[in-house]
Design a protein around this ligand. Sequence first.
Ligand code: FE2
Ligand code: FE2
Length: 286
Amino acid sequence: MKKKLSPEKIVNGMLKVASLPMVYVKISEALKNPNTSNKDFEIILSDDPAITARVLRLVNSAFYGFPSQIDTISKAITIMGQQQLHDIVFACSFVNAFKNLPQDVVNMESFWRHSIACGIAARILAVYRRETNVERYFIAGLIHDIGRLVIYTELEEMAREILLNAKESGQLLYKIEQEELGFNHATLGALLLKNWKLPDSLVEAVANHHKPMTARRYRNEVGIIHMADVICHAMQYGTSGDNFVPPLNKKIFDIIDIPAEALSPILDQLSIQNNEAVNFILGDAA
Ligand SMILES: [Fe+2]
Ligand SMILES: [Fe+2]
């Protein structure tokens, strides 16, 4: 049964509930200006000590594995670059923006575990493929199911119905979403990211993560997020609501060539990095 809901209207209403913190918005603006110094970044971030602390804890964790202590934002930028730091601030802001969610609809800790693991898996796959700016893969993985957060917060009653229906029918959640709402979380999430003016590569990766072959652009990003999502489900690193492992579209191997023998070391790395990053990113937000 299709309900007449407009994904645009839902997302526009959502912006009031979950908007990205001002400090992230300012950092995005600063990044566009080529004259922005590392010190300018540090001054902007000093407006939000909680995010600054979280960023510093994350860059000092085994997730990055830098040999020496990074105690200031300027130092972090010197080592990582402005773009990478901007992306990490986004990751920390994103988790914060959605911390007050209804716990009784889905297990939010499990949701974040799935999202963070997917970000880490995507980053590892990107490193393996020697992609540039691997942080954007981490971000794409982290936010790939953001549409589900919109459904859980804005359409709480329907979300319960959809989750129950998926469980009883043994079908994948995104198919039930499509049937019941007329759209799914991938479409909805992509729309929210567009409203947040995030890069097209992120919008495409989120929009197509369940159907990677439908993407016309950014196929590397889309393919990697699709694969990372399936890996995290298979390894049971949390869930965003699904009870089953979504099928891997084997055609993506035509786009992202990862040989079978690479998989075991990739999974080992994922396990090590995941344990650390979950605590550092979630902090008190879980
Ligand atoms: Fe999904
Ligand atoms: Fe997912």
